[in-house]
Design a protein around this ligand. Structure first.
Ligand code: FAD
Ligand code: EPU
Length: 342
């Protein structure tokens, strides 16, 4: 385990921002993490340094160099810990790649994660914002997780209720922000698939693929096809997926907006509110395909901001601010950033 100084972290964030970390280290075990957390041991630091836990760097925007210690989580292992008549319980190290884990489940015939195929990043970050796509959220297959409390120096077990999952939310983004390092996550997967193809585009894609007998492989492939057709591949164009969340408004505000903007896209929520498609709001505000320097709004998905090469984090952030203001002016709806700004 080595601590490197003044490291370029461009390769560690999917936006491809050329930021530097004052100090950078990778850890593979609780012992290594504990050693790294003993800041006083470092010859460079007399007082506690700001610290950032990094997974795959696919939901983060660096707007400046990081003036402290970046710790990259590399904990690996996929372990079947128990099973019952209907379920398999699988404990996964936080440093495992999410999509590789999904493929592992599909190959084993474990159902539940297929709709979450091709989401970038690592397993350890998946509970942070309760990742979701195509009608499924992490909470639907989550069983528990183990996290290390940075100040109390002890491991804590969190069950489903403890995590307070919501739409792109968890307790780790709110009350316990920067307090815990997630070390492993246990999933409860299904022996018999309970297919969720309610998200319209999946059914259409399965038809296009000529699928007659539904399988977890087929659903996963349909999701991969849809995602690949509209989301930019970070290996080619820097991005962090949806930059903003889809905003929730009241049904009365939705009715008002609908009369003014008849094409507006909204989905009814169980609480009576309506979730708006932020991509539509941004497109209608004229941003889709916009480019200023190397910062842009993606031409196929307006909710995704992109770095065409050498944009700085500040340029991307400033673009997001302009978008946010123009959507507010046109529709009176405030957008909230999904990406973690550092
Ligand atoms: P990072 O970006 O490294 O970290 C994200 C946050 O979590 C940071 O605040 C970090 O400090 C913290 N963190 C990371 N690991 C730990 C840990 N072990 N313990 C404590 N804190 C930690 N998201 C969706 O929900 N649905 C999608 O469909 C989706 N599509 C995407 C498509 C593309 C092309 C891209 C680039 C991103 C997409 N995302 C999507 C966002 C992203 O993939 C997820 O948020 C993912 O879970 C981030 O994982 P990561 O390991 O890269 O996290
Ligand atoms: N739309 C437009 N113009 C655009 C983009 C979208 O009009 O440029 C409208 C379309 O009407 C479309 C609707 O918005 O039907 C929804 O678009 P899409 O199905 O692409 O989904 P999204 O709401 O833009 C959300 C998630 C994605 C997730 C997909 C699929 C958020 C913030 N984003 O995007 O998650 O993959 O649904 O479930 O909830 C992420 O979080 O990073 C992410 C990519």
């Amino acid at each position: 385990m080595t601590v490197q100084e003044n490291i370029l972290i461009k390769q560690y964030n999917s936006f491809g921002i050329s930021a530097y970390a004052n100090l950078f280290a990778k850890f593979n075990s609780v012992d290594e993490l504990e050693e790294l957390l003993e800041f006083k041991k470092f010859p460079f630091a007399n007082s506690p340094l700001p610290m950032l836990i990094l997974g795959g760097g696919s939901n983060i925007l660096f707007t400046k160099n990081f003036p402290g210690l970046v710790l990259k989580n590399e904990l690996k292992e996929i372990k079947e810990i128990k099973e019952d008549e209907h379920h398999i319980y699988v404990q996964v190290g936080a440093g495992e790649n999410w999509h590789q884990f999904v493929l592992h489940c599909i190959q084993k015939g474990w159902a539940g994660v297929e709709n979450l195929s091709l989401i970038p990043g690592n397993v350890g970050a998946s509970p942070m914002q309760n990742i979701g796509a195509y009608g499924v959220e992490l909470k639907d297959i989550f069983y528990s997780l183990e996290a290390y409390h940075i100040h109390d120096k002890k491991m804590v077990n969190f069950t489903l209720n403890d995590c307070e999952f919501g739409y792109r939310e968890s307790i780790f983004k709110k009350k316990f922000k920067n307090e815990f390092v997630i070390m492993d996550v246990t999933f409860r997967l299904n022996r018999i698939p309970d297919f969720n193809i309610s998200y319209g585009a999946i059914g259409q894609e399965l038809d296009k693929m000529g699928v007659k007998d539904l399988s977890i492989q087929a659903v996963s492939q349909a999701v991969i096809n849809i995602r690949s057709s509209k989301l930019p591949d970070p290996a080619v164009i820097g991005n962090a997926g949806s930059f903003f969340k889809n905003p929730e408004i009241s049904s009365s505000q939705f009715a008002m907006l609908s009369s003014q903007f008849p094409g507006i896209v909204g989905y009814d929520l169980p609480n009576g509110n309506v979730k708006l498609a932020a991509g539509w709001l941004i497109e209608q505000s004229g941003w889709k395909g916009y480019r200023k320097g190397d910062a842009g709004c993606h031409e196929k998905q307006a909710l995704v901001l992109v770095n065409y090469g050498n944009a700085t984090g500040n340029e991307i952030y400033n673009l997001s601010e302009e978008i946010l203001q123009s959507v507010k002016e046109k529709f009176g709806v405030g957008l909230e950033r999904e990406v973690n700004i550092v």
